[in-house]
Design a protein around this ligand. Sequence first.
Ligand SMILES: NC(=O)c1ccc[n+]([C@@H]2O[C@H](COP(=O)([O-])OP(=O)(O)OC[C@H]3O[C@@H](n4cnc5c(N)ncnc54)[C@H](O)[C@@H]3O)[C@@H](O)[C@H]2O)c1
Length: 478
Amino acid sequence: MREYLKFYIGGQWTDPAELRTLDIVNPATEEVAGKVAVGSAADVDRAVAAARGAFAGWSASSKQDRIDLLQNILEAYQKRSADLAAALTEEMGAPASLAGGFQVQLGVGQLSTAIEVLKEFAFEERRGASLVVKEPIGVCGLITPWNWPMNLIAVKVFPALATGCTMVLKPSERSPFTGQIFAEILDAAGVPAGVFNLVQGDGPGVGVPLASHPDVDMVSFTGSTRAGVEVAKNAAPGVKRVAQELGGKSPNIILDDDAFAENVGKGVASMMGNSGQTCSAPSRMLVPRARMEEAVEAARKAASEVTVGDPNGDVVIGPVVAKDQFERVQGLIQKGIDEGARLVAGGTGRPDGLEKGYYVKPTVFADVTNDMTIAREEIFGPVATILGYDDLDDAIEIANDTEYGLAGFVAGADLEQARAVARRIRAGSVAINDGFDFLAPFGGYKKSGNGREWGEFGFHDYLEIKGVLGYAPDEAAS
Ligand SMILES: NC(=O)c1ccc[n+]([C@@H]2O[C@H](COP(=O)([O-])OP(=O)(O)OC[C@H]3O[C@@H](n4cnc5c(N)ncnc54)[C@H](O)[C@@H]3O)[C@@H](O)[C@H]2O)c1
């Protein structure tokens, strides 16, 4: 049983202003896996004061100081990766293979990328008769969700450190274990006192005071569109910058070619990964209407290969994160049936033999139309939907007919055609044939947000841009 009753503030493990605790339930066993202290506005005040106090020093650190610190963190992080993976499986149910193999290693990838980007990053540039200086924005409030808990902390904390900002992190109250171990890693790596602070807690208790705090300069938020809007409203009176990384309902256009069945199978497998709890999951698969039956067969086969069970065993997916999420997903599967979609795999109820744990059957719906609830709302469960299109113009129209714009996918053998389709999708990133790149920007159009993370783009939200005028046009930057 884990017990984390202190916050990391000003370089010290500190008692909360008032001790209140939350039990964390392991979604695979439905049993309590640990207890965590949940903070309040008084804890946020102390953490923000510590971050403010550390800002003058850290913002003046050299590029080399920051590179050295990030290298130390990389070493400390790698030493603890098995602990992080175990904590992640306990708190949110990701299978050990995904937790250790990809979720945690993704954090390593983000950190190594931040180091490489920092080495080349130009904090000063000459433009005409001016010097353009990129300065750390100040104290940052970082609020993260539970679904890719380690990666989503990594994409905020490492760029914030690299750009010279100080920060207060509030991980999701559903996945506090990884956040706690992460703070231990930063402490062991020698992050200067006050530069990084951790307060655990929920949205109303800690997220709201952090977003509205007068001494916080920017908030980077990842989570639901609902909470992202609240964060922006609470930040508005202080005219803070708010970077929002929100929900998605991403299209996956399967082109009409010889690779069709294989691409349908891959799309279903990709949707099911992490039990469908991925903001950028390819949740609306678009196939040529004439090939719907072929798609159904390929999708049914792919779904049957998604093994579900104890995340410590050899399975593709574990449970969804919690009881309320299980019930929400069940409700949406029922809604799909009620609204007339054709159920071709899975359905409501737990998979056979799994009476305990929040396990959901890998589910596929065909003949889905874009006005159905399952095509419009983020389900956040292992539920794939297949919609038919008449031609590519129709496919693109359906793809863009959503209030979200986080990601898009195109799968096909003709790269030129796939690239042309990718350019017409209104989303922050479009992956062709499973393309993946730490240097590409990640973020949303429309209600999926306004920030960009990953690579160099992840630095921008943490920087103010200053023009220093009065240079001779041919004078070089120092
Ligand atoms: N765009 C992205 O990069 C990205 C990545 C992962 C997840 N997501 C989205 O996150 C959502 C799932 O995560 P979730 O269920 O944890 O989301 P959530 O919005 O419920 O919670 C996210 C975080 O915000 C906090 N929070 C909740 N209400 C708040 C408030 N009023 N003020 C301040 N903080 C508040 C929570 O405590 C948590 O730390 C999905 O919609 C998913 O698409 C987006």
